[in-house]
Design a protein around this ligand. Sequence first.
Ligand code: DGL
Length: 265
Amino acid sequence: MGGPSEHSPLGIFDSGVGGLTVLQALRHRLPHESFLYLGDTARLPYGTKSAGTVTRYALNASRHLVDKGVKLLVVACNTASAFALDEVAAAVDVPVIGVVEPGVEAALVTSANRLGVIGTEGTVRSGAYQRAIADRAPSIDVRATACPLFVPLAEEGWGDHEVTDTVARHYLEDILAWGAQALILGCTHYPLLTPSLSRVVGPDVRLVDSASAVAEAVISRHRDLLKADDGGKVTIQLTDASERFRRITKAILGEEFEELEVVDL
Ligand code: DGL
């Protein structure tokens, strides 16, 4: 068997189904590409685990996708991108794109001088966003805060809900009082909370969703790998396909996805 060709699928990996927000953005921009999505739902959440464990899981999942013949790998999970992007890139022989850098690039376009970052405990603790911002724009002030209850709220489908408004007000109180002008949604699930988050931050704070920025990064950096007119097939693999994940998958994709494959890593 030869290596991947331009007709091979793009691989997307996340700890669960939240990364389907990134798949949606990629499908929207690249409708002729095929995609193989892997959600490591059996080992979710990554956001509360140590760097070593997240790195081990991320390597495992990435090698699985590369073994399946993907031509490029998107690490859609912010926690895995924050802790393990370099290790993943060194371990596989296809191009690897994480979500941190594109998210930061998108945030810089807003011209905010005070930038808030929200993510899982792991992502915030890793300092990956803070470093990426300091590298590109050292004059920008950054504050990062973990919002651990946001993932279950998003999975509950409570993206536009008074309970989420209350939780968000609590988590974001300090960052808003500090004067954040833009807020990077540094977690796959957070775009699903946009209605509540927009209400809480108000019209003057820009919410930066890295999903579309990732799609732009794939296109601008790897145009040569993208084929002109073919494919469009989407395969979703999960390490656990409980009723819950099926329901959330449907909510994110807006369609019933019968062909969920269960894989053991
Ligand atoms: N996918 C994770 C992230 O973007 C959120 C869910 C988890 O904690 O595994 O950080």
